[in-house]
Design a protein around this ligand. Sequence first.
Ligand code: UDP
Length: 240
Amino acid sequence: MSLIGEDGKREDGRALDELRPIKIEVGVLHNADGSAYVEWGKNKVLAAVYGPKEMYNKYLQDPTGAVVQVNYNMAAFSVDDRVRPGPSRRSIEISKIIGEALERVIMREDFPRASIDVFIEVLEASAGTRCAGLTAASVAVADAGIPMRDLVASCAAGKADGHIILDLGKGEDNLGQADLPVGYVPGTGEITLLQMDGHMTREEFDSALKLAIGACEEIHDIQKRALKHRYAIHKGGEGQ
Ligand code: UDP
């Protein structure tokens, strides 16, 4: 099956360097300290943040700063085949890499021995949920009022049918040649998440990384707009 048509368009009609539509809503959960909901193509992802609060397990406390504990979970109904509830190798891996990506931007040193708990619930999944999850979590941390150096934005690039493409869809993720999820902090130029599945030459890797970073800058603008929208409404007294 061909993933890229003769007209250069992809399975969902996108150009090679085109993102799926992204919508971010801030402060959607009243009982969390911070929250965000992201719709990204067919992905629907909710992030909730609690803390900073005293780390319950004293052995996990870090006297030099807060520990960011992430729990990424796919709902049983998030894909066609029911997902088995509970942690899996995959969810543990994704929780770990998202936690590490967030720790680089959160001013952990302001909260020694504390815990910042981040819950990411994937309600519907269609490739790229770790990027959508990190993008949502970053906004939710900001919504919780936790000091950060900058927001981290995330997006994947990759390769399908020999072409470098941005933001892989489901078919491209399953049948493509490479997937390169990236987490990028525009304010500092740091890459806080980088994984790769599949094969690319060094030149292909460089152009995929460049494409993903450019998209992260675009997503960073969407994150900032969503936060501004949330707080502008509240200032005007129209909030919920
Ligand atoms: N997926 C699935 N069942 C699972 C795990 C994943 O159907 O148990 C699908 C889901 O659509 C997901 C995609 O496979 O978005 C790609 O998964 P991957 O592990 O590459 O992570 P992601 O791209 O979501 O970050």
